[in-house]
Design a protein around this ligand. Structure first.
Ligand code: NAI
Ligand code: MG
Length: 352
């Protein structure tokens, strides 16, 4: 079967990491088969916005809906407001396509130094299930008297029983399938007594259906500490939109670099396409230099192939990345090496 993939490479290092990632997928499919992919490249980006006045054309969401998956690089430019890029494309996509599961694995690969001392390869092996459609990122609020001394901003978080329940349930299902069968829920219910307490209530009631899963709760500040102090205790972690966002930059760093952090934005019902993207942004500080680490994007394509049930190809990509890192000869600067984006991608293709 042929799957149609919409590609939004976006801004900054987005295109620099997405094109090599596509080459890796094409190489893995040539070798392992399992299906064919048709790449449909969409130019939506800050440059496109500057030319046309919009980042997504009027029929854009309909166009995207006709695809089996979306592969995204990153959006965001210093010279274009985030209201256009992040709030015009990225966040509405997650909501419109009901991609309520944002899963973000963090694994300490052999050959990659953690900034934490004495961590054995594989000792950090967690997956964060981040709620992706509501919570603190709900577009609810307003601004009054902007720029005056009376300036007021109201930013409202929205937690619904349905929204909490579906992400918590997805996390329990994931925990049940992993060897350690452990789930940690992260909230801040001592200080945020409405939304976060609803979340806790739902967590405690869903927990009863999963007696085989070792389930516990942590406050986010304690969790931030433990992500650094003893990240190996985490298996599956479930968190709200904001907390999941922040904690996954932390889990990326303790496993080496944000340049290795992959993510999937899943609509489990498959009513809409799911979206796959590296956790990192457009990295304007290194854009155009050809030194961005493409492995986060490459590992994100493996999550995409999992979703398309092309499992052999997905596993082959992960194995090739692990082999390149273990060998340690071709490492990008974020991992302490000197290799270019292209050299890293070529090493992965050679390993395949
Ligand atoms: P960022 O993730 O783009 O960069 C943070 C730091 O990590 C920078 O020092 C950067 O050089 C480094 N870095 C990121 N990816 C790397 C890679 N693949 N290899 C090596 N080093 C890498 O976050 P920042 O600077 O806060 O945001 C830049 C822009 O990206 C903003 O406009 C932001 O809104 C946007 N953004 C977009 C996201 C998306 O499209 N999903 C996600 C996060 C940020
Ligand atoms: Mg983030």
């Amino acid at each position: 079967a042929t799957s149609r993939i919409a590609v939004i490479a976006g801004d900054g290092i987005g295109p620099e990491v997405i094109e090599p990632a596509i080459q890796v997928v094409d190489a893995v499919i040539r070798k392992f088969g399992g299906g064919t992919l048709e790449w449909n490249r969409l130019p939506w980006s800050s440059a496109y916005y500057k030319q046309t006045g919009h980042i997504v054309p009027s029929d854009g969401w309909e166009t995207l809906a006709k695809h089996d998956a979306i592969l995204l690089g990153a959006v965001g430019s210093p010279d274009v407001p985030e209201t256009v890029t992040v709030h015009g494309l990225l966040l509405p996509m997650r909501r419109k396509f009901d991609q309520y599961v944002n899963l973000r694995p963090a694994y300490l690969y052999d050959g990659v130094p953690s900034p934490l001392k004495n961590k054995a390869p594989g000792s950090i092996d967690m997956i964060v299930y981040r709620e992706n459609t509501e919570g603190e990122y709900a577009p609810v609020g307003g601004r009054l008297y902007e720029g005056t001394a009376a300036d007021i901003a109201i930013q409202t978080a929205v937690f619904t029983r349905r929204g909490c329940e579906r992400i918590i349930r997805a996390a329990f299902e994931a925990a049940r399938k992993r060897p350690r069968k452990k789930l940690t829920s992260i909230t801040k219910s001592n200080a945020l007594p409405f939304g976060m307490v609803l979340w806790d209530d739902v967590f405690n009631s869903v927990k009863k259906e999963y007696p085989d899963v070792q389930a516990g709760s942590l406050l986010v500040d304690a969790a931030a500490m433990d992500f650094v102090r003893k990240p190996e205790v985490f298996d599956v972690v479930v968190a709200s939109n904001l907390f999941g966002d922040i904690l996954t930059d932390l889990s990326a760093m303790v496993t080496g670099s944000v340049g290795l952090a992959s993510s999937a934005n899943i609509n489990p019902e498959r009513t809409f396409p799911s979206m796959f993207e590296p956790v990192h942004g457009s990295a304007p500080d290194i854009a155009g230099k050809g030194i961005a680490n493409p492995l986060a994007a490459i590992l994100s394509t493996a999550l995409m192939l999992d979703h398309l049930t092309m499992t052999a190809a997905a596993d082959a990509i992960r194995a090739a990345v692990a082999a390149v890192l273990k060998e340690g000869k071709v490492m990008s600067p974020d991992l302490g090496g000197t290799a270019s984006t292209t050299q890293v991608a070529e090493a992965v293709m050679a390993a395949i």
